[in-house]
Every structure is written in structure tokens, then in C-alpha cells.
Design a protein around this ligand. Structure first.
Ligand SMILES: Cc1cc2nc3c(=O)[nH]c(=O)nc-3n(C[C@H](O)[C@H](O)[C@H](O)COP(=O)(O)OP(=O)(O)OC[C@H]3O[C@@H](n4cnc5c(N)ncnc54)[C@H](O)[C@@H]3O)c2cc1C
Length: 342
């Protein structure tokens, strides 16, 4: 969806996964979604719906305008129904876990899905685990450790959902989702459940070439190991995060992807921007690749701060930092290269 949702002028400002009305490469997200169309899209829904729901309540940054409809499907069948009906009614659908994205102040048109009812986990044969997409990564890690299954320790401290971790190919310097992902279960835009083998997908840094659709589950191939060893590795990584990241302040993880050979944090720090602010949006004084919300930051403050950082780093190094965050929704964009500063 290269649309209003994308941060203008930023080659890395990848949009959020979105179905219908927001198809990739087409700027056709409706400026307004009629309530009648929403009603058609949501008819027969067994889960919960809140209209005009402020998304600041469900994002780790505590920022975001309202979704036309914030929907918590009851189960995968509900997801299929909504996706199918929304397609017929030309209503855009996106999924939100909420920990790696910035929702703009104008909010999100159409349906925003929260998969918090999709939380089943099963241990299968040969150290394989199936997890539904709404399972939080820390919960999955606990499940794996409980069953003495190793392979997810790299994810200690990543707060998002399994679905978000698949879509983002979440990772750290110790490992990435692709290292244990065996297959992905998705609901396609026609509302059908399909399984995709990881071997058929192309993975890159914080990216995977998934077809359009909603991730509803994932199979992970883990390995048997001692539970105490698994727990000790995860604990030591969590400890490292506590010291190096601003975990007590609202944030959404790393803002920018690390360029080859260096880190975004180092470039931002060398540009003298630790602690820099726009309104209540601040470059963390603890880790320069984290932006924190000091209280009342708006998405526009965050976007201005992002543009300021990109401009300062570009001037110093000639490198344009690429966003890792997904920027979604409606609202003003900011040009990181205002006239005359390129
Ligand atoms: C304190 C902190 C530390 C973090 N550390 C790391 C880290 O070390 N490594 C790392 O990689 N990330 C890190 N993150 C970022 C984040 O937790 C991960 O990227 C996570 O995988 C995102 O999951 P989410 O469920 O929150 O997805 P979101 O951030 O909500 O979504 C990310 C994208 O995926 C799409 N999406 C989400 N779920 C689905 C689904 N089920 N189907 C289709 N599309 C979907 C969304 O629409 C969006 O485009 C950190 C975040 C925080 C707050």
C-alpha cells in the first residue's frame, strides 16, 4: 500500500500490511469509509468491534488517531469472513500488533484487526511448535522454554505478536524469525486459509516476501535443549536490553534499520541528536535509535523528529536512514529534504 500511509520522501517508510483499498502500489485508500460499507464488512461478526476507536490505547508508543472500526475477531473463521466481506464492500483491512508502528494523528480508515483471540499454541512432533498469530512473543518463548525447546532465545524482549514477528522477520544480532520459521498460515484476500512454506518465501533484513493477507499462525522448528540453559540465555539477553534500551518509556523499538557496516544509533548519536526533541517526541537519551513519547507526543511530532534526524545524518554522512517502523494511517507527511537542504 504505497499510499497516504507511507512517509513521504522516505524510501524506507514501508507501509503497514493492508488488504483491499490499500493494495500495494496503488493510492486508492478511501479518504472516508462509509458506515454502511463498514456494516456490510462486519456483518455476522462474532468477535468485538469498537467504532472510532483511538489507537493510542493499543500502540506501544501511546500515539495514534482513531480507527473507523477496531475489530477483535473471535477466531480464524471470523477473520476469513471479515476479509471476504470487506473486499466486497471495498473497505481496507489492516492488522495491528502495535509495537513497531506509528499510527498517524488522523487515524486509520477502514477495519483494524487485533488478533488477541488467536492465542492457541501446540507442541507438535519433532520439536515443532504451532502458534496462532495473536500470541505475544514473550508468551511463546515461555511456552518453548517450558517444553525445553530452544531456538527463540534471540527474541527475548521483543514484545510484539507472532504475526507481527513473521511479517517483520523480527530479529536481533543473535537470530531472526526466518531461522526457525517453517511455515505460515494466512487468510488470503478472498478469505481463504492458505499455508506457505518458509522455504518458498524470500527473507531480508526486517522483511519477508509474503503474499497479501492476514497471518493467522506459524509453525516453528525448534530444537530440544535443557530448560535451564534456555532460560539463562533469555535472561541474560533481557538484562542487556534493560541496560541499553528505554523500556520504561513508551517506544516502538528501533526506528531505523541499521545501514550496512554501522548502526543507526551510532550515526544519530554522532550527529549530536541524543535527547533531541520535537514537542514530547524525544530521541532516547539511552539508545539513539529509539524515539520515546514523553507524554503527549503526537504522530506529527514523531514524523518531524524523524525528518530532522534523517536530514542531519544525511548532511553529515550522505546516508539516508531507512525507517524500520511502519507508518500507517492518515495525516500530514513530512519531507526529510525541505527545499534547499539536500
Ligand atoms: C521495547 C521494544 C523492543 C523491540 N525490540 C525489537 C528487536 O530487538 N527486534 C525486532 O525485530 N523488533 C523489535 N521491536 C519491534 C517489534 O516488537 C517487532 O517488530 C514485532 O515483531 C512487531 O510485532 P507487532 O505484532 O507489534 O506488529 P506491528 O508492529 O503492529 O506490525 C508490524 C507490521 O506487520 C503487520 N502485521 C502485524 N501482524 C500481522 C498479521 N497477523 N498479519 C498481517 N500483517 C500483520 C502490521 O500491519 C505492520 O505492517 C521492539 C519493540 C519494542 C517496543
Amino acid at each position: 500500500m504505497h499510499s497516504r500511509s507511507e512517509l513521504s520522501g522516505n524510501p524506507g517508510g514501508a507501509p503497514g500490511a493492508c488488504l483491499h483499498g490499500g493494495a500495494r502500489g496503488v493510492d486508492d485508500t478511501p479518504a472516508m469509509v462509509r458506515r454502511h460499507d463498514l456494516t456490510v464488512a462486519l456483518s455476522g461478526l462474532r468477535g468485538d468491534v469498537v467504532f472510532d476507536a483511538p489507537l493510542e490505547a493499543v500502540t506501544s508508543l501511546r500515539i495514534g488517531g482513531p480507527a473507523d472500526a477496531l475489530v477483535t475477531p473471535a477466531d480464524v473463521r471470523d477473520v476469513c469472513r471479515i476479509v471476504r466481506q470487506a473486499r466486497t464492500a471495498h473497505v481496507p483491512v489492516m492488522v495491528l500488533g502495535g509495537t513497531n508502528l506509528l499510527v498517524k494523528d488522523g487515524g486509520v480508515r477502514g477495519v483494524v484487526l487485533i488478533l488477541s483471540n488467536l492465542v492457541a499454541m501446540t507442541r507438535e512432533e519433532d520439536a515443532r511448535v504451532f502458534a496462532e498469530a495473536g500470541v505475544r512473543m514473550p508468551v511463546l518463548m515461555g511456552f518453548a522454554a517450558h517444553h525445553a525447546l530452544s531456538g527463540l532465545e534471540w527474541a527475548a524482549g521483543i514484545p510484539g505478536t507472532v504475526g507481527g514477528a513473521v511479517v517483520m522477520n523480527a530479529g536481533t544480532r543473535l537470530g531472526e524469525m526466518r531461522h526457525c520459521l517453517e511455515a505460515v498460515r494466512m487468510v488470503n484476500p478472498q478469505g481463504q486459509v492458505r499455508t506457505h512454506a518458509a522455504a518458498d518465501l524470500a527473507f531480508a533484513y526486517r522483511h519477508v516476501s509474503l503474499p497479501d493477507g492476514v497471518v493467522v499462525g506459524a509453525w516453528l522448528q525448534l530444537a530440544r535443549a535443557s530448560r535451564s540453559h534456555i532460560e539463562a540465555s533469555a535472561r541474560s539477553y533481557l538484562q542487556y536490553r534493560k541496560h541499553s534500551q528505554p523500556l520504561s518509556q513508551p517506544n516502538a523499538g528501533s526506528v531505523f534499520k541499521n545501514p550496512p557496516q554501522t548502526t543507526a544509533g551510532r550515526l544519530i548519536e554522532e550527529a549530536g541528536l541524543k535527547g533531541a526533541r520535537v514537542g514530547d517526541a524525544q530521541v532516547s537519551t539511552r539508545h539513539a535509535n529509539f524515539l520515546v513519547n514523553l507524554g503527549r507526543a503526537r504522530a506529527s511530532d514523531m514524523l518531524q523528529l524523524i525528518a530532522n534526524i534523517q536530514r542531519a545524518v544525511f548532511r553529515r554522512t550522505g546516508m539516508m536512514l531507512e525507517l524500520e517502523w511502519k507508518v500507517v494511517g492518515e495525516g500530514d507527511d513530512v519531507d526529510p529534504h525541505p527545499h534547499g537542504t539536500r
